[in-house]
Design a protein around this ligand. Sequence first.
Ligand SMILES: [Zn+2]
Length: 242
Amino acid sequence: MKVLLPCAVCFHENGWPDMSLSILNLNDEGYYTIVCQNGHQTNTIIWQPKYELLFELGMNAIADGYLREGVTAFASSLERFRETCFRFILHLADVDHSFVDESWKRNFVRWSERQYGGFHAVWLVTIKGAPKTITPKQTELRNKVVHQGYIPTLAETKSYGEAAAHEIEENFRTLVATYGSKVDEFLRHEFSGRAMMKNVDISTLSIPTIIGTRLQSQNSIEFDDWIEKIRKDRVIFDWPKP
Ligand SMILES: [Zn+2]
């Protein structure tokens, strides 16, 4: 999956982004150093949470025809979303960050079932109701893909993705309805920590994702329309490039 990054200096000088965008591979850190066609070197952080980017990776995998990779990216996105909820709820309960980190590393990080249990339990205690979750049948598909080398059909992949998106979006909306701006503050705090560690001038950016767009707009965007958009963007921006 590629990301398109404009130059912050060109934007500052001209009032609009330089038309020659840099095209880079999505990376784990979310931190990018680019040199634009006018020779400016700039540093950019994509501030969106990991689960949103992993989900978009799944959408790109479908657009490319890699259906197993689509399911595994959606599954990873769900796991990271549940971790984010777990950490957010414990943060609200004033549990020291280092205890949460230690507990996560020791007891959760290698077991997705435990992660699910932890997420479900803290959610029940604070929200006083069960979170929206994908069905056991959908989890079975994920397990078949991950552990048995099963190659899912396009319909299965899209159906799993829709269910995963539903879990993320419904629960995110519940968090915002319950805790308001604290959700955004928590997510931004995580990325500002990463930005400060770099000790250089950094501009922040968000990239278009189906999860982000659906959460911001009232009109739900269909999976097929978004996949079509990814394919069109590739033609417009002449992807892929080395
Ligand atoms: Zn520039």
